[in-house]
Design a protein around this ligand. Structure first.
Ligand code: 1CP
Length: 342
């Protein structure tokens, strides 16, 4: 039976009447209704841990645009926070953590805290699911080990040359860190499924920065471990792997993970991605969010090209990366119209 939710139908091999869509960071600062809720809490993580408000901001883009997926409002950095490496978000700067530099600090990270610390996220899911329109798939997510480790090792965002240096110079340290991140992430994703999410996305946003000789160790193998663990415990929950900007390495990544969906960044066209992964996998992507923000006519033209290139193939329309805060909300409405008219 083909599922009545287009995203789930697509990810489980069914036919869809129309191209399913959702948008990374669809809940967020570009929406005035988000900024209003955000200003009622002292900091970003408090929003993630306040189920009533997190549920409200998860639903905001659904009410405004009616896309086919609701992405849980949380963050990839709740994992270090849960493990006992506190995370703060500094206004206009981003995440800040006290760096991990020793095995002793890694030993102190406590995987068993994951579900207790992140219980509010499960409650958010429980609040969102009953409110969703029939066509909307509830999407959960987590960061992949490398991307989460970047912040844990470097203490802050951007570039991550330091994290790569550490991975080269102290492979045992990074391996030990992954031994904490992986079970915590699996446990967190299992909790999300038990609370009601219907599909998952694994974000490896900084996979593209990893040099070839470290790619298997830092990206493919740890992602595959998580996918295998979820497959074993919850075989019916589809997973979308999103290792951003990894170029031709996509072929091996997709094959080894064996997940139902593959997200594509802006490093290639959807056609090129299709040639790299074959016809059996659902592709997701990849309109440029910056283009959508600053040049609507050109963005709509590109959207048409993507839709045309992916016609009659298993495909979920999305962006190549998250919505940017300076995107006028009307631009997403115009994009939705183009996708729906197809
Ligand atoms: O104060 C605010 O409102 C902060 C903005 C914000 C938002 C809206 C952050 C801070 N995180 C989020 C929510 C979020 N983050 C979601 C759920 C909402 C949705 O998608 O609609 C998701 C899926 C994420 C995932 C996330 N967080 C990623 C992976 C995806 C990506 O963008 O590459 C990463 C890397 C983060 C870390 C993060 N969270 C926030 C910031 C400023 C950062 C650092 C980004 C960087 O280093 O550039």
């Amino acid at each position: 039976m083909t599922h009545h939710k287009p995203i789930l139908a697509s990810l489980t091999g069914g036919k869809t009447q129309r191209t399913p869509c959702w948008f990374m960071r669809q809940a967020g600062r570009y929406l005035p209704e988000y900024r209003e809720v955000r200003s009622s809490v002292p900091d970003f993580l408090s929003l993630c841990y306040t189920p009533k408000k997190a549920a409200e901001v998860t639903l905001q883009p659904i009410y405004r645009y009616g896309m086919d997926g609701a992405i849980l409002f949380s963050d990839i950095l709740v994992i270090p926070d849960a493990l006992g490496q506190p995370v703060r978000f500094v206004e206009k700067e981003g995440p800040r953590l006290d760096k991990i530099t020793s095995l002793k600090q890694i030993d102190a990270l406590d995987v068993s805290r994951t579900r207790i610390h992140l219980a509010p996220v499960a409650e958010t899911i429980g609040r969102v699911v009953p409110e969703l329109p029939d066509h909307v798939t509830m999407l959960g997510f987590a960061g992949a080990p490398w991307t989460v480790a970047c912040y844990m090792l470097q203490g802050r965002g951007k570039e991550f040359s330091e994290a790569i240096q550490i991975a080269r110079a102290q492979p045992a340290l990074v391996a030990a860190l992954f031994e904490k991140i992986i079970p915590a992430t699996v446990s967190y994703l299992q909790m999300q499924i038990e609370a009601g999410v219907e599909a998952l996305q694994l974000f490896d946003s900084w996979a593209g920065l990893v040099p070839d000789d470290l790619f298997e160790t830092l990206v493919t193998a740890p992602n595959a471990k998580i996918v295998a663990a979820i497959r074993a415990s919850h075989p019916h929950t589809p997973i979308i792997g999103f290792a951003k900007d990894i170029g031709a390495r996509l072929t091996g990544y997709a094959r080894q993970l064996g997940c139902q969906g593959i997200g594509i960044g802006m490093d290639m066209t959807m056609k090129q991605a299709r040639a790299l992964v074959g016809n059996d996998v659902v592709l997701q992507g990849n309109l440029d969010p910056e283009l959508l923000a600053i040049n609507l006519p050109e963005a709509l033209k590109q959207a048409h090209i993507i839709l045309e290139d992916m016609r009659d193939q298993p495909f979920i329309f999305n962006l190549g990366h998250g919505m940017v805060p300076h995107c006028p909300p009307e631009h997403l409405a115009a994009l939705m119209q183009v996708i729906r008219q197809e």
